[in-house]
Design a protein around this ligand. Structure first.
Ligand SMILES: [Zn+2]
Length: 145
């Protein structure tokens, strides 16, 4: 099941040869981080070479999609027609990722209720048949962890 939070008019991200596997995993609703197969250092966004050991070999490690708000901002100006305002841009510290953070959007939460350290989980937004984008929402307190 997919929910929609942003309009179709949102600019679509562009995949490259380096990032395509990440987007393909996202299309399957799997949140992954790139992991160096030489030294196991994880990195995000995807890059062709490990910043720690310079190896060009890597694989993809799936993470839980849980994390917490590292920082955020409340945006009052639209970047696409028909966009609801304000919207939230956040840096999410990803659980089990080796300390990685991802820039995304917070959804399903009142801007006044967002705080640094807020536990969040991924929610996938199907923008088209082959493009799913990870957004994050507060972890429901009723859900078992
Ligand atoms: Zn490495």
């Amino acid at each position: 099941m997919s929910e929609r939070f942003f309009p179709d008019s949102m600019p679509a991200p562009l995949a490259s040869a380096t990032t395509l596997p990440w987007w393909e995993a996202a299309a399957e609703h799997r949140l992954v981080v790139q992991r160096c197969t030489s030294c196991e250092h994880t990195r995000h966004p995807p890059a062709p070479i490990c910043p720690e050991c310079r190896s060009g070999e890597s694989d993809w490690k799936e993470v839980s999609g849980r994390g917490e708000v590292y920082t955020f901002t409340i945006v009052h100006r639209p970047i696409a027609a028909g966009q609801e305002l304000p919207y939230l841009v956040a840096v999410i510290a990803l659980e089990g990722s080796g300390g990685l953070r991802i820039i995304s959007n917070l959804v399903g939460v009142d801007p006044g209720e967002v705080a640094i350290g807020l536990p969040v989980e991924v929610v996938w937004e199907e923008m088209s048949a082959d493009l799913a984008i990870p957004r994050f929402r507060p972890v429901s307190e009723e859900e078992p962890r």
